[in-house]
Design a protein around this ligand. Structure first.
Ligand SMILES: [Zn+2]
Length: 349
């Protein structure tokens, strides 16, 4: 059930909303491969109150379930979902193989003494989950969503602003108050509107802002864009911040580098996901409505990779009849952003 929520089509998640907070418990786990003991997180319920990003990443109010749904043994890197830790569960054969030879390699060093899975960054666990999917010869669909999930981890749990926490929070409140009421309730639209307003003000040389005030606006905008999966916009804003400031204060520099690292990491995993999603659109037995949503996703992901011509090739046909309204809105929005990026020359090619 939970696997369906976390890995299954985000497309379906859009239509439903589970009316409860994210709840769960830390549970003791014994690794079926190396017998190390640690704690995983058993999810009881979640919600979709945080809305959906344009790459179909749902946000929960509170903890994001998908960041905790993927468990990794800190000692041997064996990774899976709750059921995969049952020695008699669906991964029984793989567990037997890994006991003899374990080729799993964490993308960054893991502390083997870690007690809980949240001591290991979610993207490292999801990356390992993709390695396990390959060993299991999982379907292209499972592997595509696994790669996309790894990319999507990068918009959550951004580096803590520490000394900048108060100024950034004050900016958020001030810009929030300027929003029309109908926008305030929609979390994606609200975040993007605030990020755009911050960016516009920082860009506006006529506004009497000090250099740090301008930097804080660009930084806040970049972090907000990134938090809703708008990494091309985050990259654009960071580019402006960098070119206007030869040197950055250390506490700003740390946060800027955090955004840059995340954008770069997201691209790596999107690049892995795209050909897998493309292959799904060629499957003869896949329902048409799923194919339409996947075509959109390929276009949107290509846009995020800075491949505007390819993105438009996938997105423009979706404006025709037969596309659900919400998806046509998404596609139309993605087309506009792609064309704007082409015009400003901020795309790679
Ligand atoms: Zn283990």
């Amino acid at each position: 059930m939970l696997r369906l929520i976390t890995l299954g089509l985000g497309i379906l998640v859009l239509a439903t909303s589970v009316a409860s907070a994210t709840t769960g418990d830390w549970v003791d786990v014994t690794c079926p491969v190396c017998e190390n003991k640690f704690q995983g997180y058993e999810l009881h319920s979640t919600n979709t109150f945080g809305g959906q990003d344009r790459d179909l990443c749902g946000h929960a109010a509170g903890d994001q379930p998908f960041l905790l749904a993927c468990w990794t043994c800190p000692q041997c890197a064996y990774t899976g979902h709750e059921e995969d830790f049952d020695p008699e569960g669906p991964s029984k054969e793989l567990i037997a193989r890994l006991k003899v030879k374990n080729p799993l390699v964490a993308a960054q060093k893991i502390d083997p003494k870690a007690k809980r899975i949240d001591a290991i960054p979610a993207w490292i666990r999801w990356d390992l989950d993709s390695q396990v999917d390959v060993l299991k010869k999982a379907s292209a669909e499972t592997r595509a969503w696994g790669r996309l999930r790894t990319a999507q981890t990068q918009r959550f749990q951004l580096a803590r602003p520490k000394t900048l926490a108060d100024p950034l929070h004050a900016l958020w409140s001030a810009y929030f108050k300027r929003l029309p009421k109908e926008l305030r309730r929609k979390s994606y639209d609200r975040t993007i509107a605030i990020a755009k307003a911050l960016e516009n003000d920082a860009d506006n040389a006529k506004l009497p802002l000090t250099a740090p005030e301008r930097v804080h606006r660009w930084l806040a905008a970049a972090r907000r864009f990134l938090s809703r999966g708008e990494s091309p916009a985050a990259a654009r804003v960071i580019g402006k911040l960098r070119s206007a400031n030869k040197e950055l204060a250390p506490h700003v520099s740390t946060l800027v580098e955090d955004v840059e690292t995340r954008i770069a990491r997201e691209r790596v995993y999107i690049a892995h996901a795209v050909p897998l999603f493309e292959s799904l659109t060629k499957e003869a037995d896949r329902p048409v409505e799923e194919k339409v949503a996947i075509r959109y996703l390929v276009g949107e992901l290509r846009r995020k990779l800075g491949q505007p011509k390819e993105a438009l090739r996938w997105l423009e046909p979706l404006l025709e009849a037969g596309t659900p309204d919400w998806l046509r809105t998404y596609a139309s929005d993605a087309i506009q952003k792609t064309k704007a990026a082409m015009k400003s020359g901020s795309s790679d090619r």
